[in-house]
Design a protein around this ligand. Structure first.
Ligand code: RB5
Length: 145
């Protein structure tokens, strides 16, 4: 089960992604925002990120205007590695090398077809482990310093 969240600027792209996830049979929970009224992206980034960090959801997808604010906010939550993505290669590497557990997209940056491919790549790529596990553990250790 994954979680998806957006602010008003990411709302439309989130609808497209949710329709795509439904078609793919991917189970998800939408934690808002639920309309196009202006709102504050850190509220929704936190809701989703806390649930990924505590294991409620396995992975998370965040959408705002650029993806920047959402990813910055999510990465403040211990245990979250959120990648801001706008290409499929980075989506693959975010999972394979960085074991990212959340991804962020810019609804004002990329179109829906590319966004869907990025989401598919992110959700279907596994972590490579090995030397990359050591490095991800080094990121985790930064939270304790
Ligand atoms: C909202 O106008 C916009 O600032 C927000 O969606 C996001 O792009 C912030 O990083």
């Amino acid at each position: 089960m994954i979680v998806i969240a957006s602010d008003h600027a990411g709302f439309d792209l989130k609808q497209e992604i949710m329709a795509h996830l439904r078609e793919q049979g991917v189970k998800f929970e939408d934690v808002g925002t639920f309309n196009r009224e202006s709102c504050h992206y850190p509220v929704f980034a936190e809701k989703a990120a806390r649930g990924v960090a505590d294991g409620t959801w396995e992975k998370g997808i965040l959408v705002c205007g650029t993806g920047l604010g959402m990813s910055m906010a999510a990465n403040k939550i211990p245990g979250i590695r959120c990648a801001l993505l706008s290409d499929c290669f980075s989506a693959e590497m975010a999972r394979a090398h960085n074991d990212a557990n959340m991804m962020a997209l810019g609804g004002r940056v990329i179109g829906p077809e590319l966004a869907k491919r990025i989401v598919d790549t992110f959700l279907n790529t596994g972590f490579m482990g090995g030397k990359h596990e050591l490095r991800v553990n080094m990121i985790r250790d930064l939270e304790k310093k």
